[in-house]
Write a protein of this length. Structure first.
Length: 346
């Protein structure tokens, strides 16, 4: 289920003609809109600004649906934002720009711990990139650090203190947790039930649920190595199939409700079967899958560029015969890559 706003109007009855008809009549109408966080980037990974509703086509379960509004929210300094011109096909009168987000970005570094040597090497490699990334953040951006091993650990709650964030990233693979001092906005909710989180899918459910009530732009930088299970012999003897636990779909739904895309930074040492699960996780939540073994700095830079800003797309869901999950598809101008969650629930 996605983020939604409901407005209820009550229409009262007029004067009754007889005493028997003096009971008030109320009619209740629900008007619901769906909000979607949309990242748009060019072939180099840089954000594309200046898009308007006419530049995109939205389909819900195959039905063409009008876009009510498309607003750009930037997390960059104004000088940087001016470097990227709007595409010529955009309709400027329809574009609403917010030069700076009302609050800073909420960025979660999520480490998937593993004792295997090649995974440790990958974590150390990307930890260095994460520390460099901290130097590029805006003053009001807030960073949290989470680790999943045998259970879920909150290494550092959201903070603007870069020294605390650095210490937490360096401590991400430690066997013990340091002191946590939660302050709004907070991920403290994941601490209370961390012993019950026994799989990476449940970890994403807990993280999505904790992020959902927090306002502002959110992104999860997942330094991980796998989601799902690889089946070497699938149905009919097929090779290379993937299977997912029942919690996987719950995780996708929780992350969708939180409007929290996952950018998977694969810490493995090379191509592997579980990469398909990481790719699917990022695709379905609106993020990138990025291998890191050859070009780690490029991978982190690509993720950082994607979250410089985003659009908020708003539409009214069509009347459909069945309730439940509805698939979304958004088409944009040629050469523009769109990242968004793939559906919503009603």
């Amino acid at each position: 289920m996605n983020l939604r706003r409901s407005v209820t109007f009550f229409l009262g009855s007029g004067l009754a003609l007889t005493a028997a008809a003096q009971q008030p009549v109320q009619e209740q109408v629900h008007v619901t809109v769906v909000e979607v966080t949309l990242h748009a980037s060019d072939r180099t990974g840089e954000p594309v600004r200046g898009l308007g509703p006419r530049d995109l086509r939205l389909y819900v379960d195959g039905h063409d649906v009008p876009i009510e509004s498309l607003d750009w929210v930037s997390n960059e300094r104004q000088a940087d934002a001016e470097k990227s011109p709007a595409p010529s096909s955009a309709a400027p009168p329809e574009v609403s720009e917010t030069p700076t987000a009302p609050t800073g970005r909420l960025i979660v570094f999520f480490f998937q711990w593993h004792i295997e040597a090649v995974k440790i090497e990958g974590h150390l490699r990307m930890s260095r990139q994460a520390l460099e990334f901290l130097d590029t953040l805006q003053p009001d951006d807030e960073v949290a650090v989470v680790t999943f091993g045998s259970s879920l650990w909150l290494r550092q709650d959201f903070t603007r203190d870069r020294q605390r964030a650095r210490a937490a990233i360096r401590n991400a693979l430690a066997l013990e947790n340091g002191p946590i001092s939660p302050a709004p906005p907070s991920l403290e909710a994941i601490v209370r039930g961390h012993d019950a989180v026994t799989s990476i899918e449940k970890a994403f459910i807990a993280l999505g649920d904790a992020l959902r009530p927090l306002p502002g732009s959110k992104a999860i930088l997942f330094l991980g190595w796998g989601v799902g299970s690889a089946n070497f012999l699938g149905p009919g003897g097929s090779l290379g199939t993937m299977s997912y636990s029942p919690e996987y779909e719950r995780a996708i739904a929780a992350l969708g409700r939180a409007q929290a895309p996952v950018f998977s930074l694969d810490v493995s040492g090379g191509h592997h079967t579980l990469a398909a699960g990481l790719e699917r996780l990022s695709f379905e939540t609106g993020g990138y899958y990025l291998p890191t073994w050859d070009f780690p700095r490029w991978a982190m830079k690509t993720a950082a560029s994607a979250i410089k800003g985003h659009y908020v797309l708003v539409f009214r869901p069509p009347s459909l015969p069945q309730r439940g999950f509805h698939e979304m598809r958004i088409e944009g101008p040629p050469g523009v890559k769109l990242l968004y969650r793939q559906g919503y629930e009603d």
